[in-house]
Design a protein around this ligand. Structure first.
Ligand code: HAM
Length: 409
């Protein structure tokens, strides 16, 4: 049978048992972020188009790919394509900048970009991320990267590469752009069509090109590090010293530019070494002027976001294992009330149960219990029997004996 309705292109249902993997990942994120005393922030799914256009950059791919419409009053609304601009908006609007001079927040949320769907690239996708406001110190850059690596480590994702760069402030970037433009202009004839189109408006984006013919030209392009101020160089070198001290491997990538306009200083990306073009798991960096640009006080900031779908593609999780503690069979209606009371009591005592409300015959229930890795099966009739599904030993117990009996197993 075919459903009358299909999901919208680029969106996905997350169905059980995969939801268990999501829950595991989400609880790991909550746990680790809270260990670092980052607090969760949630913002609306919709924002004004202007918030993104002005702040992530009008010419960026992300801004061009937004889902945008006019509401009934004619206001231009967008589904959020990323979280940094909304977090900064909320940070200023709520007055948090007064309350928390050093403010550390994290999020897990859905985002929307009208990209061409492919493996690891969706139109609705999920990110977790962290943002820290209030300090320029390199320790904050290091803490942010440490959180990212701790979460990946806890999820057993080890096949990764951390690339890091410092892209200077906006003055440095204006100088660099003009240097790059001159350089690429000298090699214009050998550049790909896509890069030729980027040459005038955004030559830094050429550094991101995946086109084959661009690669040797990019390899010899001028590097931004030659234009950095002494202060920027010192900041970068102390971030690298912290990473070395933490034993976090990195590779300095002088051509790492990020696709959003608000960045300055440290930028980084964590990619997977598995094949596939969508190999960026995580990206972030400093955005020291964004709060001020959006109407707040001068407030340096740094953060990152990671794509949960891409992490799931990497995570070595076993899908489909339910691992319940106790399978409950209570097929005779005369004992339903007794059965429900037992279930209530077990759940209140932290057992994970599965109640076969379908009342399959006992043979099939045993099969089902074993398939779902249940440790025990409790059969409720006039008698109550507890079967240890590993030792296969079956014992009759009274209702009040169930809990002490289970505890002794
Ligand atoms: P971003 O690099 O645009 O950065 O996205 C971060 C991560 O989200 C990517 O590395 C990727 O894993 C995932 N991602 C992005 N687009 C898609 C998609 N269409 N489908 C699946 N996954 C996707 C930001 O969003 C910045 N706000 C990060 C940041 C936070 N910078 C500072 N603070």
């Amino acid at each position: 049978m075919k459903s009358k309705y299909q999901k919208i292109k680029g969106t996905f249902d997350i169905l059980p048992p995969e939801t268990e993997v999501w829950q595991h990942i989400e609880s790991t994120i909550h746990h680790i972020c809270q260990q670092f005393s980052f607090q969760e922030i949630r913002t609306p799914a919709i924002e004004s188009v202007d918030l993104f256009k002005r702040n992530i950059g009008d010419g960026t791919d992300v801004s061009k790919e937004m889902f945008v419409w006019k509401d009934q009053s004619g206001k231009e609304i967008s589904l959020k394509p990323e979280m940094t601009a909304p977090v900064v908006r909320a940070y200023i609007e709520s007055g948090f900048f007064r309350k928390y001079p050093l403010c550390k927040m994290y999020y897990i949320d859905s985002f929307f970009r009208r990209e061409k769907p492919q493996k690891g690239r969706q139109r609705q996708f999920n990110q977790f991320g962290v943002e820290a406001f209030g300090t320029k110190n390199s320790e904050q850059d290091a803490e942010i990267i440490l959180i990212a690596t701790q979460i990946l480590k806890k999820l057993n994702i080890d096949n990764t590469n951390l690339s890091i760069n410092n892209i200077g402030d906006s003055d440095t970037r204006i100088k660099y752009e003009s240097k790059l433009r001159n350089y690429f202009n000298d090699h214009k004839n050998s550049l790909s069509e896509l890069s030729k189109a980027r040459l005038e408006k955004n030559p830094m984006r050429i550094l991101d090109s995946k086109e084959k013919e661009d690669q040797t030209i990019i390899k010899n392009a001028p590097m931004i590090k030659d234009l950095l101020s002494t202060e920027e160089k010192e900041h970068f070198s102390s971030v690298l010293t912290h990473l070395k001290g933490l034993g976090i491997n990195y590779n300095e990538n002088p051509y790492l530019v990020r696709g959003l306009d608000y960045y300055n200083g440290t930028t980084f990306e964590i990619t997977t070494q598995s094949t596939g073009s969508q190999n960026a798991l995580c990206g972030g960096g400093r955005y020291d002027s964004l709060v001020e640009k959006m109407g707040g006080p001068e407030t340096p900031a740094v953060g990152f976001a990671a794509g949960i779908e891409r992490i799931i593609l990497e995570a070595k999780q076993e899908l489909g294992k339910k691992n319940i503690d106790i399978y409950i069979s209570c097929n005779d209606e005369k004992y339903t009330s007794k059965g429900l009371n037992i279930i209530q009591n077990l759940v209140e005592n932290e057992y994970k149960i599965f109640f076969d409300t379908n009342k399959k015959n006992i043979k099939n229930q045993i099969k089902d219990a074993v398939k779902n890795n249940a440790k025990f099966m409790i059969t409720i009739n006039q008698e109550i029997s507890v079967k240890n599904l590993i030792s296969k030993k079956e014992t009759n117990v009274s209702e009040s004996e169930i809990l002490p009996f289970l505890k002794n197993q």
